[in-house]
Design a protein around this ligand. Structure first.
Ligand SMILES: C[S@@+](CC[C@H](N)C(=O)[O-])C[C@H]1O[C@@H](n2cnc3c(N)ncnc32)[C@H](O)[C@@H]1O
Ligand SMILES: [Zn+2]
Length: 316
């Protein structure tokens, strides 16, 4: 099992978190533990990290890797959307910084048995948390044609969603769709040949993304997670979020812009009557992205975007 991939935007992430020795941080998406290891190294000997992952395999691998840090590292199997309850149970009230590096890990993508990859054959699963009941195969088997088309269009931004949904429904009437290879081939066949020739990426990429987002409720979880994360920061604490596609980045951008906005009165009002104060400072007005040297060694960093905010003191 290989979790030893380069953490994305590592340098930018460490500096955007404004780490302080002895601080208490939370990594909501532990994965292989690469970012957390670097945070622990930068905040030693007293810095601590609480690491969450909903994937039991990721948590086990990261815990092995981070064993040398002893009690400075605390792994917890949880969804970062449940951050408030997790912190309450751990007896922690406020954090110096939080990192969310959203999405699937390289390991999850590379491991055919997890069913995330359209490049390798495996069960059509895609659950990050394997305690969850609903797999991608369940969605493909049970949703109506219209629901499938809508899901593939919304979460995959796939313009041939209707054709793909129709094929799925035709196919499943013959045999159940249970493997990634079956679905990847079906999607390729549903996309017009001229379009297939034009594309650089695999034609099934968008449909797989859509199913993955739905299986793991990734956008809903991100919205809840951002609010819970910001609420648990100390004044002066930072929240850094790395996303990999535009649907996620839009959610982060909008949420951060809302926090940073003060008065919402119409411009023609002579004085403010809403009394709204900004709650956060935008550390990055534009998202940070990977530099050329990182792209050379890690092509997956190409779509990564990092945005950071700092919580402001409450003005009463
Ligand atoms: C991109 S990887 C993180 C890689 C990590 N930063 C590193 O340096 O190795 C994302 C990880 O977050 C986990 N994950 C995604 N969404 C999650 C959520 N809502 N709650 C908890 N873990 C989540 C996935 O299971 C995966 O292991
Ligand atoms: Zn106002």
């Amino acid at each position: 099992m290989n979790f030893q991939h380069q953490p994305v935007l590592l340098k930018q992430t460490l500096s955007s978190l404004n780490l302080r020795p002895g601080g208490l941080y939370l990594d909501g998406t532990l994965g292989g533990g690469g970012h957390t290891e670097a945070i622990l190294q930068a905040t030693g000997p007293d810095g601590r990290v609480i690491g969450l992952d909903q994937d039991d395999e990721a948590l086990a691998a990261a815990s092995r890797r981070l064993q040398p840090f002893g009690e400075r590292f605390c792994p917890i199997r949880a969804n970062f959307a449940d951050l408030a309850q997790v912190l309450a149970a751990a007896g922690v009230s406020e954090l110096d910084g939080i990192l969310l590096d959203i999405g699937v890990s390289s390991y999850q993508l590379d491991e055919p048995g997890r069913g995330f990859s359209y490049m390798q054959d495996g069960p059509l699963d895609m659950r990050m948390d394997r305690r969850a009941e609903r797999t991608a195969a369940d969605l493909v088997a049970k949703l109506s044609e219209a629901e499938l088309a809508d899901l593939i269009y919304r979460y995959g931004e796939e313009k041939f969603s209707r054709r793909i949904a129709r094929r799925i429904v035709e196919q499943r009437a013959q045999t159940p769709l249970e493997s990634t290879k079956q679905l990847a081939e079906l999607v390729s066949a549903a996309i017009p040949a001229a379009q297939r020739r034009k594309e650089k990426q695999h034609p099934a990429k968008r449909t797989f993304q859509a199913l993955r987002i739905a299986v793991n409720d990734e956008l809903g979880v991100l919205e809840r997670g951002l609010a819970a994360a910001f609420a648990s920061l100390k004044p002066g604490g930072r929240l850094a979020v790395i996303t990999f596609h535009s649907l996620e980045d839009r959610i982060v951008k909008t949420y951060f812009a809302g926090l940073a906005k003060g008065c919402e009165c119409p411009p023609e009002f002579p004085v403010c009557v809403c009394g709204k104060q900004p709650q956060a400072l935008l550390i990055t007005r534009r998202p940070q992205t990977a530099a050329e040297d990182e792209l050379q060694s890690n092509p997956r960093a190409r779509s990564a975007k990092l945005r950071t905010v700092e919580k402001l003191e409450k003005l009463i």
